[in-house]
Design a protein around this ligand. Sequence first.
Ligand code: ATP
Length: 381
Amino acid sequence: MATIEMKNIVKEYGDGFPAVNDVSIDVADGEFLILVGPSGCGKSTLLRMIVGLEDITSGDMVIGGKRVNDLAPRDRNLSMVFQNYALYPHLTVYENIAFPLRLAGMKSSEIDEKVRQASATLDLDEHLERKPANLSGGQRQRVAMGRAIVRDAEAFLFDEPLSNLDAKLRGQMRTEIARLQKKLGITTVYVTHDQTEAMTLGDRVAVLKRGVLQQLATPRELYEQPVNLFVAGFIGSPPMNFLPAKIQGTQVELPFGTFELPADKAAKVEGRDLLLAGIRPEHFEDVSVLEDVDEARTFEATIDVREWLGDQQYAYIPYDAEPNVQDQLKSLAREVDGDSLRTQLVVSLDSAARETEGASQLTIDLDKLHLFDPSSGENLT
Ligand code: ATP
């Protein structure tokens, strides 16, 4: 097992635009770290630099205390699991797992011991004589991991291993990977573009955008305290609502009402004027399900569509923003796509809330309100 230290890592492919731009991340021994971000953010390039499949333009890659910039992939003792598992279709499960050991010239008796140990850990004992075509997607995944385990690699690297699977299997495999990683306690770096995978698997998550590390934090911190608009909009489903916000002293004017800000937030935006408010759908509630209602945080909403999901319901509330405020924000907030500045509020209510369309009394949890600088995207609160 090993630590992985990425120090000011830069990758340029020759077009002058860095695919990875000065990224520094320390992965602790045994930690499960996720690299997440939209397509083209540089996450695969970063992973390929860890494993040695891509040269590093500048910066240091240190694995287990040793600088590996100039080491060939085979000398880094890392194990990579790819999207398609890269299993050999003509070999049995046993031979697929044994493959790297045969390549290394290990004795048959030793290979046998290692394969049997790995297959017991991975619950593959009964399938050792099968070919990959006769395995389920989940079993194939385990074979790929078995091949990684037998090598006693210092760390596991995963590049979107679940993206070819259907939603149900993806969920199962996610749990399986989490369970195995805990059991083996092996340092793991895992690339995905899926925020759910990132949030559920990672001890910590590194969010990347256009080659730049935006935030490195635990899933809870990312959710509760996103550093900027990009992270705020990327993490959470349905996504955070972004709304125009006018600061008036210690109050905030939102499109559906004016509210007194919690003192700590008011202090942080003192003297500001037009900002972008961010509030997650789950931080609203229908007053009909509450025992204590804080009148100062209540507003009337006209719901035009409801979606009932069993344990909760999504309600859609169109609102009118002043057109000039909307335009001003759009031109300032380059970080927010037009879609995020939609003129509807999405709220997630308890399923016990009244299920009628039309006027409803809702409350907003102002302690969970974020206020962003619209031009820098920075979270001020
Ligand atoms: P995806 O999820 O689509 O794989 P990613 O976040 O993993 O995206 P990378 O594949 O790391 O992103 O790519 C980062 C940037 O580097 C992109 O702009 C991409 O076009 C560019 N890039 C990647 N590989 C090369 C290459 N071999 N030559 C030139 N540019 C490349």
